[in-house]
Design a protein around this ligand. Structure first.
Ligand SMILES: [Zn+2]
Length: 160
């Protein structure tokens, strides 16, 4: 039962809007599956309708298909211990790209500096040390700067 009552939940509609053309798709609230369980058929049908619409955007399809192939290649190769350093670099490049693409937050130098100014750290040397440490942690989490993976020499995991 929803917090609005079952009748209100039945009337509730959500809009999903295509970012490429603005076309809108209406759906009722899904009974969302828990990760690891089967996806409800109504969710599958809705996503299939979105996929069918995407086919009308030919310019987006090519890059989307390449991304899907790379993701599939990544998921397959991560099941193996790989000796080939080039293949490992390509696999790492795809993983890094997914990490960047799906990361919700990005922390800037300015945010670190501003947040440090709100702490009781008055000693400039201590503040500079903490700021440097926080930037390094940020770079490690965001895989940037000295923590960025090396660039692969060839990009796709899957060649068509
Ligand atoms: Zn569209």
């Amino acid at each position: 039962m929803s917090i609005f009552g079952d009748k209100a939940a039945d009337q509730l509609k959500y809009i999903t809007t295509c970012r490429l053309c603005g076309k809108q798709f209406t759906s009722s609230p899904f009974k969302v599956a828990v990760i690891g369980q089967n996806v409800p058929p109504e969710v599958i049908r809705f996503v299939e309708a979105l996929q069918k619409h995407l086919l009308t955007h030919r310019e987006a399809i090519a890059s989307l298909q390449l991304a899907i192939q790379q993701y599939a290649g990544y998921m397959v190769t991560r099941q193996f211990d790989i000796q080939d350093p080039q293949l490992s670099r390509v696999q790492e490049g795809v993983r890094h790209h997914l990490h960047k693409m799906t990361r919700k937050e990005t922390i800037t130098d300015e945010q670190i500096t501003e947040n440090l100014l709100m702490t009781p750290i008055d000693d400039p040397d201590l503040r500079a040390g903490v700021e440097s440490l926080l930037r390094d942690f940020r770079d490690k989490l965001q895989e940037e700067g000295r923590h960025a993976p090396p660039k692969p020499e060839n990009s796709p995991l899957v060649t068509v």
